[in-house]
Design a protein around this ligand. Sequence first.
Ligand SMILES: [Zn+2]
Length: 399
Amino acid sequence: MLQTLILLVFSALFISVHSIGEAYVMSGIEEIKNILTAPISITYQNIEELKNHIDEERVRFINVVGKNGSNSPDLNIFSNEIMEEIRIRFTGKKSPLQEWLKSLRNIPNEERKSAGAKINELKSEIENSFKSFSENYRIQVENKKLNSETDDITLPLTQLNLGSRHPVMTVMRDLMVPFQRMGFSVVDGPEMDNDFFNFEALNVLKDHPAREMQDTFFLASEWVLRTHTSNVQSHAMKERKLPLKIVCPGCVYRNEFDMTHLPAFRQIECLVVDKGIHMGHLRHTINELLNAAFARPVKLRFRSSYFPFTEPSAEVDVECQQCFGKGCRSCKHTGWSEIGGCGVVNKKVLESCGIDSSVYSGIAFGFGVDRIAKDRFAISDLRSLIDGNVSFLKSFGLV
Ligand SMILES: [Zn+2]
């Protein structure tokens, strides 16, 4: 009676331990470890004993990987390390299988053939089964990894702050579109240039006010930071073949800084030199470009003016984009806003660049791109364009 009771208590304990998942897993690992590490007898007295050893080894291997390696490896038990231990235990250099293969040479000839066949049969079974089992293991690991990486497509999008173009760059980009359509070449030039290309070749004589200290940043000896992109025109007329049809966008420098002037700003300059070029070409081209720069048709006004490198010359005004001609603070109540200068290239400029002015004529104009951006986007102070104020940029959807 007492014995029956003790047996029941043990049974209850046994069942309770094995009904807990973790305990089961632990026992699974233990079982495998026991098989891998249990001491086994590999020596034999006769061929029958060898055959028995081989059959036992086969059972041990099947207990680990299943028949033909068909078990589905539980990743709570199997790991890369355990897989390697199985490989070494059953096929490694010191495995029973290899020892038996080595021992074949000691078996008498008449029995060697059947012993060899038995060992090789086990060898091929183990190799094929382990291959299948390894593949099953690899698939299990891959599936586990894929499941853990599944994307949740219902998650909300992360708001990316992509930024946008600066207003000056927006104007520059829009300005370049008609130039491209009309077949102009874009030409780049040096921002630091010598006196000849920045002034003299453009007929800016030694006593011209543009050379005064308050306007120009003078560098060593004859060098200056270019005060306009017109220096590219001088280079182009000297270095390129006629006819010329070029546009020169770029940064220029003047020693000025207030609401309507920046010390570094962008200009776009255009030059056409060919036979029969006249003021009509100039007006048409400027009209096309400024409509593009403002992204809407704008009213223009040409006021007679003086520039050393053009004759005749004119200032180009655009109807004020804030009051549309009525007059406001921004346009100083004139209804117009000054955008740039233009004219027919002065014959002296053509001659100084080695061009025969009796055969060729040219037109040129230059616009301040920042000035256009100021008018187009109704910016009251030009300095806002460069001070990096985030709230200003945000108002343009730029950040
Ligand atoms: Zn106005």
